[in-house]
Design a protein around this ligand. Structure first.
Ligand code: SF4
Length: 414
């Protein structure tokens, strides 16, 4: 039996023992000593020749077809990536264990099997990942419903345990039917841990990353994590010259609360004067081109200056904020500037943001208490009624699908 990490009510447990490790093979010269050594060697990943295991702790596995042919009481099924799991619908109540064989690292079909079993087929029994399972994948696997992992002989349980350490409760909450409030709490904790981990990784990966903060609640969440963990990520904001007093007041509050300095970037006076001379100070109400021109002068150009010399920037964008953000990726490439761009809150809901704000008591704009949900420049932002679409609070005189200021264009998911 291999080394198995199981998630049960007491957290992650290590069971079984690691099989003997094979002696390491002597190092081979790259390219086997042939050809041009400067050429990059692209490893060929061959699919496994057969199943990664034939037995579990209770006996021999059966294949999905064998199970469908006989449905042995208390047996264990070993699913292969190509199996059509839907065939098991209504026929898995007796299974003592279902294992999914990952032939390759990150084989998406194994994740799909788990998702289908848990969500469509409502399978609540034991679900194990085995084969090419890496220790640092266990978190993602647990999120889709796996509750145990068979590690390979060359893997260390400690690495998998440390990946799981912060997340053990959420796993159980997600996998085992239980108390809804406890599950919500657990998911909230997991969300914060993920955000912390994501920002920590960004700080480690880049030389000069920065958060572009509009001082919105979302950006305050990210600022709070950066400050709480002492991460080397700068925070800057754009003072467009048309911000609410409440927003400007938040700059000082933020600096005082966290002991950090926010770099404030302002528009170029000459460019603003040119816009005003051409369209009028509030010319942005006249049409989309005028509005975009104003945003360009007051936001886009200063953003460009703020990002000069940086290798990554971070935003507080969320998918549900706008139709145009529905497919927002957490990691993008800013093609225009050739730098990385991260949206670590992409998946968060407004309720998630408020929950964090309450738990960590972060400074928030006084405008939220007056019905604002999206805060930008004063003339282009308004309060909304309870239940009203949050997008109505910005540029309300425009079509829903054009509501972007130009700060977040020309990016591709990575
Ligand atoms: S949000 Fe309104 S005032 Fe602010 S830069 Fe854009 S158009 Fe101008």
């Amino acid at each position: 039996m291999s080394l198995i990490i199981e998630l049960d009510a007491d957290g992650p447990q290590v069971r079984g023992q690691a099989p003997e490790r094979a002696a390491p093979a002597p190092p081979k010269p790259a390219n086997e000593g042939h050809g041009d050594m400067r050429k990059k060697i692209v490893p060929v990943v061959k699919p496994a020749a057969g199943p990664s295991a034939s037995a579990w702790e209770g006996g021999a596995y059966v294949s999905m077809q064998q199970w469908l042919d006989g449905e042995p009481e208390g047996g264990a099924i070993l699913l292969q990536p190509g199996d059509d799991v839907r065939a098991l619908d209504g026929r898995i109540g007796n299974a003592a264990l279902i294992s999914v064989d990952f032939h390759r690292i990150n084989d998406g079909r194994g994740y799909s099997h788990a998702f289908l079993l848990r969500n469509r087929l409502k399978y609540r029994g034991r679900l194990r990942a085995l084969g090419a399972v890496t220790a640092d994948q266990v978190y993602a696997m647990a999120r889709v419903g796996f509750d145990s992992f068979a590690l390979r002989a060359d893997q260390k349980a400690e690495v998998a345990l440390s990946a799981l350490e912060s997340f053990s409760t959420p796993y159980q909450g997600a996998v085992v039917a239980g108390d809804a409030a406890a599950r919500r709490d657990a998911n909230a904790r997991a969300r914060v841990r993920l955000l912390e981990r994501s920002l920590t990784e960004i700080a480690a990966r880049h030389e000069r990353p920065a958060l572009a903060s509009s001082l919105s609640a979302e950006d305050m969440v990210v600022t709070d994590v950066i400050a709480r963990l002492g991460l080397p990520i700068d925070v800057f904001t754009l003072d467009t010259g048309r911000l609410h007093e409440e927003t400007l007041a938040l700059i000082a509050q933020t600096e005082k609360r966290y002991g950090i300095t926010l770099a404030v970037h302002r528009p170029d006076d000459e460019a603003v004067q040119e816009f005003v001379a051409r369209y009028g100070r509030d010319g942005f109400y006249e049409g989309l081109p005028q509005r975009k021109a104003c945003c360009f002068v007051r936001k886009v150009l200063p953003l460009g200056r703020a990002l000069e010399g940086r290798d990554a920037w971070i935003t507080g964008q969320r998918r549900e904020q706008a139709l145009s953000r529905g497919a927002l990726a957490e990691a993008e490439q800013d093609a225009e500037r050739g730098i990385a761009k991260y949206n670590p809150l992409a998946e968060w809901s407004w309720a998630d943001v408020l929950a964090y704000a309450g738990q960590y008591d972060i400074p928030m704009s006084a405008l939220y208490a007056r019905g604002y949900v999206s805060i930008g420049c004063a003339p282009c932002t308004k309060a909304i009624r309870p239940g009203e679409d949050p997008r109505n609070g910005r540029w309300w005189w425009e079509n829903q699908d054009g509501k972007e200021c130009g700060l977040h264009t020309n990016t591709v998911a990575r």
